[in-house]
Design a binder for this molecule. Structure first.
Ligand code: GLP
Length: 253
């Protein structure tokens, strides 16, 4: 079902698989309309299904990534690109190793850059030089973060070094063998980069996201819930499964 709430498009799909398929179709149509699209990409468990569908579409010959440019949202600070939990590793495992993307067109923040401040500025400049992101894919953290823009972030920031919240460290610990190995810092695109994207698709799945989804869509715009800033963007589609939509569905109807 498709709804519109104060300008945001909201697609509610039966389950994770259907929601992932819809997201992949949106990415595929973006690339079809403009083969040189600049995509903003997210990691986490949520978009894995979307990436699986994109790989399948590529294998069937339905999409061509040869001219596509990608910018990832974030990367752990001080984690080598080959670490099995780095977002570099994730992107290769879930997408890049299976499609015909030109690796020169792939940008992922470098968590081991020597001069972080200068590096972040160069990441912002690279995005700007491509004319900003055409389609930005987002997930959402339980605390309302997008990328790694944690509660109380300054909306005006570009790419920057983030001290992760205890909440986020805890949530990320499920991927690491030992709690003490979970990175405490990360590089992340800022809200400014995200808000400059021409289109945004945010995915949220499962019942543990239903509360934060409601705050993002129906709550006040506040840096306490970074994703709430998306209410002010002109072209946002939120894709949910039924579980994540539980707390908003009655008000949408
Ligand atoms: C991570 C990532 C975000 C992601 C979010 C939710 O920490 N930095 O980009 O959207 O948390 O993750 P998940 O999809 O696994 O719930």
């Amino acid at each position: 079902m498709k709804y519109n709430y104060k300008g945001m498009d909201i697609l509610i799909e039966a389950d994770y698989d259907n929601a992932s398929k819809k997201a992949a179709w949106i990415v595929a149509s973006q690339i079809t309309l403009n083969p040189r699209s600049v995509l903003g990409l997210a990691t986490g468990s949520t978009p894995e299904g979307m990436y699986d569908y994109l790989v399948k579409m590529y294998q069937k010959g339905d999409i061509d990534f040869s001219e596509v440019v990608t910018f990832n949202l974030d990367e752990y600070y001080n984690l080598g690109v080959d670490h099995y939990q780095s977002y570099h590793y994730y992107m290769n495992e879930h997408l890049f190793d299976f499609i015909n993307i030109n690796k020169d067109n792939v940008y992922i923040p470098n968590g081991t850059a020597d001069d972080v401040e200068e590096y972040c500025l160069s990441y912002d400049k690279a995005i700007k030089d491509y004319g900003n992101i055409d389609l930005q894919i987002l997930g959402i953290g339980n605390n309302g973060h997008i990328g790694f823009n944690e509660p109380d972030v300054y909306f005006e920031l570009g790419t920057h070094l983030v001290e992760l919240d205890e909440d986020t460290i805890k949530a990320n610990s499920r991927f690491f063998n030992r709690y003490e190995d979970v990175p405490k810092r990360a590089l992340s695109m800022g809200i400014r980069n995200i808000m400059h994207s021409k289109k945004i698709v945010l995915l949220a799945m499962g019942e543990n996201k239903s509360k934060i989804v409601r705050e993002m869509i129906m709550g006040k715009v506040t840096s306490k819930v970074p994703a709430s800033i998306l209410q002010l963007h002109a072209n946002v589609t939120v894709i949910l499964d039924q579980l994540a939509a539980e707390d908003i569905i009655d008000e949408l109807k």
